[in-house]
Design a protein around this ligand. Sequence first.
Ligand SMILES: Nc1nc2c(ncn2[C@@H]2O[C@H](COP(=O)(O)OP(=O)(O)OP(=O)(O)O)[C@@H](O)[C@H]2O)c(=O)[nH]1
Ligand SMILES: [Mg+2]
Length: 294
Amino acid sequence: MMHKAGFVNIIGNPNVGKSTLMNAFIGEKLSIITSKAQTTRHRILGIVNGEDFQVILSDTPGIIKPAYELQASMMDFVKSAFEDADVLIYMVEIGEKELKDEAFFKKITNSKIPVLLLLNKIDKSNQEQLEEQSELWQSKVPNAEFFPISATEGFNVQNVFSRIIELLPQSPAFYPKDQLTDKPERFFVNEAIREKILMHYKKEIPYAVEVDTEEFFEEDSIIRMRSVIMVERETQKGIIIGHKGSALKRVGIEARKDLEKFFGKQVHLELYVKVNKNWRSNQRQLRRFGYNQK
Ligand SMILES: Nc1nc2c(ncn2[C@@H]2O[C@H](COP(=O)(O)OP(=O)(O)OP(=O)(O)O)[C@@H](O)[C@H]2O)c(=O)[nH]1
Ligand SMILES: [Mg+2]
């Protein structure tokens, strides 16, 4: 039997629905999703296994012009996704103009490997807008195969997946067939907590937060976790905790519910908040949190 396998890397502007698409392919909530830009900070592998194929998807951070070290290493993850792709997925959304980073855009339009151009969120558009946008994008990226999709409604998602399988090279699997991702369990704990912080706090707060899970201890009937929420400044710590701890408590309750679903087990989650001054601009701290891997 012929076996196919390869890397399918999803890139595009912030907030266009890259993580939503990856989760739709996987059929699980692997990547966190919020309505805010820069939700995804890492390159996260999501592996779809079949008897005769292995599709290794990469969800990546949205492309931005980096303003501080953390964002620079987020863009390094995007760069790495150009380097090892067998198929490139370039996602845009209805109403979007183009990438703010011209060099990345050139890499896409000059790509030697197959590019699938996905116009997402078509559930939000009418027929006229859809036609106009489809034309626009096909002319901007003429080397790509074009698919209008809705990642949330599942529209055309299966067709894109079938096309991916066709395009994959013949190859043995790269990962064990029961493996779903390259990230350890603790990573998903961090992300579940960060998602709630993105959802419930305003302005710069979510962008000043990093989460580190210090303890992950699985017993027969329960997993015990302890995570620290790191902020850049003392004032941010107070905001995260909230009046009599109410805001932090809400984060803990909601993250725990998600984690119980994710791990299929009862979860005990302890949270505390710590100031880690200017961690976003500190190379050593960034390395410690899994960024800056050069
Ligand atoms: N209406 C509509 N909304 C969508 C669709 N796909 C994603 N969204 C919404 O768009 C927002 C961003 O989705 P994400 O999947 O987090 O986007 P992303 O590209 O991963 O964002 P970053 O990680 O910040 O770069 C969320 O509120 C999603 O629910 C879609 O097909 N239709
Ligand atoms: Mg994302």
